[in-house]
Design a protein around this ligand. Sequence first.
Ligand SMILES: [Zn+2]
Length: 307
Amino acid sequence: MMFRALAVIVFGLISTGWSAEPVKKVLFIGTDGTRWDALEAAQTPHLDALIAQGALSVGTEIIAPRETKGDTVSGPGWSNLLCGVWPDKHGSVDNAFKGTHYAEFPHFFARIKEARPTLQTASFSDWGPISTKILSHADESVGEDAHGHAAYVEADARLTKACVAHIREKNPDAVMLYLGQVDETGHAKGFHPKVPEYIAAIERVDGLIGEVVAAIKARPTFAEEDWLILIGTDHGGVGTGHGGGRQIPEIRRTFMILNGPSVMPGKIEEQTYQVDIVASALTHLGIALKPEWKLDGRAVGLKTAKP
Ligand SMILES: [Zn+2]
């Protein structure tokens, strides 16, 4: 009788999928032009919760450790973050997008599709060049091109709604959400922890991030999923700008937040770089980083990535 009961329990656990590996998924939220010290000064309960249960790197470099060109602006920044290589490879050195090599060094969705064609990818962005220049291999793309502070506030909210609906109704494996209002506010009012409007923008973005995280947790299949949530930015700022900031720590040194069951919680002590986002995302999805991709980053903050 004992054996029979045990056999029933074991069979029950197997048949309900208890022993199955969770389905790995990735969400990368990018908040443009967000200074770490301002984020620290702001009231950001949703980011605080992600950090408290996740991993945090402060001082993430936006400048390559080797000699490369590249201004401290969005074009190179988002190319570093989304392609996983530095400007001497992807070729974006300013916001003109001339002489870029996105065919050879594409958006990381292309690497996902090459390795696992059935995985579903989705991108939401209100800075035009992300969807029109950098993005490729997206099954779903909502791209806007906002101009001015008020427009970005509205566009960020609209995009977040679209992203939340997609996470609720579809089954994406890799999602990228770009939010532009913090940078736009910095250009209008100043990039500094003492600028109330800049802080308010960060706090609004925190609320939007909270909505997306809640949507993930509300998925009916959430218990069988292993989401890696990545948060990062393309540069900081001083005064009302950030161009020409290669020597300015408040511009070139940023942050990276990782959250999820596969994340090694705590502060990441090693130096991190913008290009590590793609390597971490692909590694989490179980995609081996092929040498011919010539990626510059490496996975950080993951339990499996420890040497
Ligand atoms: Zn930017």
